[in-house]
Design a protein around this ligand. Structure first.
Ligand code: PGA
Length: 256
């Protein structure tokens, strides 16, 4: 049976450790009943310690810094993440790129995360889907620059999340004026395209790197993305902030 990887990206929510503990325990008990899914929760850093002992779900960070240690105010190292039981880390999310993170910084972060054996959820995606298809080149460049000079042997710890920026719920807040999910058909095309890029740029053995879709995934569209979109899992933002909705999403995936 295929196991889908469902990443819950809590972003900067919830507001207190009490709420975080409640959301985690509701999420974990929903996940426990689902056989074809591996759930990974990525809470804000301050809540990671609360979660280290919950074995029902995987634990992920939302970012990592590229240096080992030292005078880097506000940053969190890969070693620190490992020391509190983190196994996964999101790198290159568009909400971080928007704050100035470049492909080069992302590349350094990925190298550092791999050095400590973290599984990297590497996010790529275009701002807009233009008719002349420049977005294909844009995504290709993100993939290639992000993975530059990394041995393909380490790709066993690589997961790529394709998240078209215009489809992420935060696109609305940042002035696009609308957001809506991509279609499963496009997600299929883009995940195939990204796989081809990785295989031709890095290694013919890299075809097994899992590709996720993210951007306005909810209980209604999740199964379609997995089946028609043929992706290996989902990166879920807003829907994961509500245990009931996230539980519905998992139940629908379990029907596949
Ligand atoms: P969304 O976020 O599901 O709220 O659109 C996805 C993401 O940014 O990872």
């Amino acid at each position: 049976m295929k196991k889908y990887l469902i990443i819950a990206n809590w972003k900067m929510t919830p507001n207190s450790s009490k709420e975080a503990t409640e959301l985690l325990s509701a999420t974990a008990s929903a996940a426990k009943k689902i056989r074809n899914v591996k759930v990974v929760v990525c809470p804000p850093f301050v809540y990671l310690r609360l979660f280290s002992k919950n074995s029902k779900v995987g634990l992920g960070g939302q970012d990592v810094f590229w240096e080992e240690a030292g005078s880097y105010t506000g940053e969190i190292s890969a070693k620190m993440l490992k020391s509190v039981g983190v196994q996964y880390v999101i790198i290159g999310h568009s909400e971080r790129r928007r704050l100035g993170e470049t492909n080069e910084m992302i590349n350094r972060k990925i190298k550092q995360a791999f050095k400590y054996g973290l599984k990297v959820i590497f996010c790529v995606g275009e701002f807009e889907r233009d008719e002349s298809e420049n977005y294909l080149q844009f995504v290709k460049e993100e993939v290639i620059k992000g993975l530059e000079q990394i041995s393909a042997k380490l790709f066993k710890n690589l997961i790529v999340a394709y998240e078209p920026i215009w489809a992420i719920s935060s696109a609305k807040k940042f002035g696009k004026g609308f957001f809506h999910p991509d279609t499963p058909e496009n997600a299929f095309q883009m995940s195939t395209y990204i796989k081809r890029v990785i295989v031709s740029a890095f290694s013919k053995n890299a075809g097994s790197v899992p590709i996720l879709y993210g951007g306005s995934v909810d209980a209604k569209n999740a199964a379609d993305f997995l089946v028609k979109g043929n992706v290996d899992g989902l990166l879920v933002g807003r829907t994961s902030w509500n245990a009931k909705e996230f539980g519905e999403l998992l139940k629908n995936v379990n029907k596949i």
